[in-house]
Design a protein around this ligand. Structure first.
Ligand SMILES: Cc1ncc(COP(=O)(O)O)c(C=O)c1O
Length: 453
């Protein structure tokens, strides 16, 4: 594609091969048909999230990586990696354009105004009082978590996880040569809760850290103050440091609440934790490589900081600072739009895709689909067992078979549940942070494919 970000729908159809996509799925709703639908933005919206924004050809993981993996003829709607398809908040583009006028990119002295923006944002949005001296910048949440693991969890020791959980944690653990101790969450009617008895039972002399994900990727749980306090009390008593990853905190659906771990009233519990955050999910700035962590415990901060190597880029800092200082209205509107997407998915799946089940997420822009019916229908267990893999390659699972089936038959790409550890089997993770038209197209194609398989 051209690198003109403002491609229209026709160009999107052509460049992204969506016309082929629609043709290949027979009666699936076409993007063109879907595009004729009404606007889906909540009343009073100032920003356009409905217009399909073509990302193909920008070397993005969500779309281009799938084309590289599956080939051009199999271009699929990207619903895997967790970033958003929307045009960036105008305040971000404005700030970047302004800085681009000065054509020198030498070393940057990170300005104090960036840390101030982080502190102000957390105070304004979540009522958190963060000591600016405790804020440590990092190149992402992963580098921060890795620095904390290197600090508290020596190689060979165990890290407590509540599963199914974000697959990236497993890579961090591998990198630090530590082992996952997985506590399976309870699941009743598609809703997850923590099995506290199991969680505590899994702590042993060599369990030094617990990684908490709030809101939880992939299940979408927003943990209550009561849940967090129970985790915090247990970890304090058993000398396990809480690493609270709250990167998804801005995405909370109607009627639900994000409770920051650092806001718990028991200060001893809070002092036994480090919180990891970023604006990268909220404003889709993942490739701008900027995040931060903080703690009320300055001893923890100093120790983790010593293991954290950070090198921000000028453009990353500019984009993130603009988001935090001027982007709140845009964010509120995108969150509201995605709340509508979540509702749409739940009702569409219920009405049209009987082989799939899901409940509305409390937080994140992810939907955790129960695909056990699909696994049975396409014989994915048998196929996975029959697939030979070369040594060193990840084994095929029923969920990776479903992933491939969805790409080939429905032109939709999602993440296989088996990536998310113990308890991920039988599921796929679908990212709904896209225009309603794209979402509608993907779901229609899934419905059609499953009907005709
Ligand atoms: C829970 C969680 N933590 C961390 C990350 C990635 O963080 P970063 O890109 O800042 O390293 C993701 C991305 O999907 C995530 O879902």
């Amino acid at each position: 594609m051209s690198h003109d970000g403002g491609l229209n729908r026709r160009a999107f159809l052509k460049n992204a091969g969506m016309t082929a996509l629609v043709g290949a799925t027979g009666t699936g709703t076409s993007l063109a048909t879907a595009a004729a639908s009404a606007t889906f933005a909540p009343a009073g919206s100032k920003y356009d999230f409905d217009t399909v924004y073509n990302r193909v050809g920008t070397d993005c993981v969500k779309w281009d990586q799938q084309i590289r993996t599956y080939g051009k003829e199999n271009i699929a709607v990207g619903m895997g990696i967790a970033d958003m398809d929307f045009r960036a908040a105008p305040c971000i583009t404005r700030a970047l354009q302004e800085r681009m006028k000065h054509e020198n990119w030498g070393y940057m002295d990170t300005p104090r105004s960036y840390v101030d923006a982080i502190v102000d944002w957390n105070k304004r949005r979540y009522g958190l009082e963060i000591n600016p001296d405790s804020v440590v910048l990092s190149n992402g949440v992963h580098p921060g978590i890795i620095a904390a693991l290197k600090t508290f969890s020596p190689p060979g020791s165990k890290v407590l996880l509540m599963t199914p959980v974000y697959d990236g944690f497993y890579s961090d653990l591998d990198f630090c040569q530590v082992k996952a101790e997985e506590s399976l969450m309870k699941r009743v009617d598609g809703r997850y809760s923590i099995d506290f008895t199991d969680l505590e039972r899994r702590i042993s002399h060599d369990t030094n850290t617990l990684i908490l994900c709030n809101p939880q990727n992939p299940t979408g749980n927003c943990w209550s103050a009561e849940d967090l306090t129970r985790i915090g009390e247990m970890c304090l008593r058993r000398r396990v440091v809480v690493l609270a990853d709250e990167i998804h905190c801005d995405f909370v659906t109607r009627g639900n609440k994000y409770t920051p771990f650092a806001s718990l009233p028991d200060k001893a519990i809070v002092r036994n934790s480090i919180t990891f955050k970023a604006a990268s999910k909220s404003f889709s700035l993942a490739a701008m490589k900027s995040a931060w962590f903080f703690s009320d415990n300055m001893d923890y901060v100093a120790r983790v900081k010593a293991n954290n190597h950070v090198d921000l880029s000028t453009l990353g800092m500019i984009a993130n600072r603009a988001a935090l200082t001027e982007g709140e209205e845009w964010l509120d509107q995108v969150v509201s739009y995605l709340d509508g997407n979540h509702d749409f998915v739940v009702s569409f799946v219920k009405d049209n895709i009987p082989l799939v089940k899901c409940v509305k997420a409390q937080g994140t822009y992810l939907t955790w689909l129960d695909v056990t019916g699909v696994i049975d229908k396409i014989g994915a267990k048998q196929q996975a067992a029959a697939e030979a893999r070369k040594p060193g390659e990840k084994p095929e699972t029923p969920e990776t078979i479903v992933q491939r089936y969805f790409v080939k038959s429905a032109k939709v790409h999602m993440a296989p549940g088996s990536n998310y550890g113990y308890g991920g089997a039988g599921h796929m993770r679908m990212n709904v942070a896209t225009s309603r038209k794209t979402l509608e197209l993907a779901l229609s194609n899934l419905a059609t494919a499953l009907k005709t398989t």
